[in-house]
Design a binder for this molecule. Structure first.
Ligand code: SAM
Length: 258
């Protein structure tokens, strides 16, 4: 009942245009629906950061009109809004998130006008973003065919996930990536720290609330990747939001895992 009422409220707000703003030719979520910090309350900052992400994918991962992109933890569409502004429609963009409100926003404001852009809500528990969701099953599968994505993108998502969920996603990346495909993600990675620690004290800022910051030991994270047939190609240390590192991952080329 409560879920129905919430969905109805969202539909009314969307239809009346109360959950979006127009800015520089793009439709953006209202400030209160934007993720990744208060600096994105500024329309220019939000849109230009999505555009910068699209340009990064163009420059470093050959994002083009023919590409297929999977954006896990897409939030209220920062990356797809940026892609549409810089490149226009691409062959396939798939956005996935645990947040019902975020996916409802993207479905209402992006999907109908851009049919190759589709959004899927998964009801997986995240103590910060979807506390009432179910546990991620060990054999979790996203609803996409094997080897169908050129780019898998997760900005500031592994920074809120503990090891079991990260491992499950890594297994899925191996299945979903084209042999030439790449994963780009951001994460808190440090040398010589505990394998995985939630809200570490005296680290970058005062973390508040469940899963605000999940930090990984760099070597441990590399081992998690290797176990799933993936290899880290590059880490740019602390170049991203709040000091997260930018990580590029590819399928391990050996025949160890097929
Ligand atoms: C800090 S926000 C980043 C949003 C977006 N990637 C961006 O850069 O604007 C983290 C996002 O990850 C989503 N999320 C958290 N746990 C998730 C999970 N297990 N699977 C998919 N998305 C998840 C949250 O709902 C939220 O939208």
């Amino acid at each position: 009942m409560l879920t129905l009422l919430r969905s109805a409220g969202r539909l009314v707000r969307s239809t009346l245009g109360l959950d979006s703003v127009r800015f520089r030719g793009s439709t953006l979520p209202i400030k209160s629906m934007r993720f990744c910090g208060a600096h994105f309350h500024d329309d220019e900052a939000f849109l230009s950061s999505g555009e910068a992400e699209a340009k990064r994918l163009q420059k470093e991962f050959e994002l083009a009109k023919e590409s297929a992109v999977l954006d896990i933890g897409c939030g209220t569409g920062r990356l797809p809004i940026g892609i549409l502004s810089i490149i226009g429609e691409i062959a396939a963009y798939r956005g996935v998130d645990v947040s019902e409100a975020a996916i409802a926003w993207c479905k209402h404001h992006i999907e109908p006008r851009h049919p190759t852009f589709r959004f899927t809500r998964i009801d997986i528990r995240n103590a910060r973003y979807n506390p009432s969701g179910g546990r991620m099953p060990e054999h979790f599968r996203l609803p996409y065919d094997d080897a169908c994505f050129d780019i898998i993108y997760l900005f500031s998502v592994f920074s809120h996930l503990l090891t079991p969920d990260v491992s499950t996603y890594l297994k899925e990346f191996r299945r979903l990536l084209l042999p030439t495909g790449k994963v780009f993600l951001t994460a808190f990675l440090e040398e010589g720290v505990a394998d995985c620690e939630e809200n570490p004290a005296d680290y970058r800022q005062q973390w508040k609330g469940a899963l605000h910051c999940v930090r990984y030991d760099r070597r441990f994270f590399a081992e998690l990747c290797e176990k799933e047939g993936l290899s880290i190609e590059q880490i740019r240390y602390a170049t991203e939001t709040d000091g997260q590192s930018a990580v590029t991952i590819a399928r391990t080329s050996s025949t160890a895992k097929s």
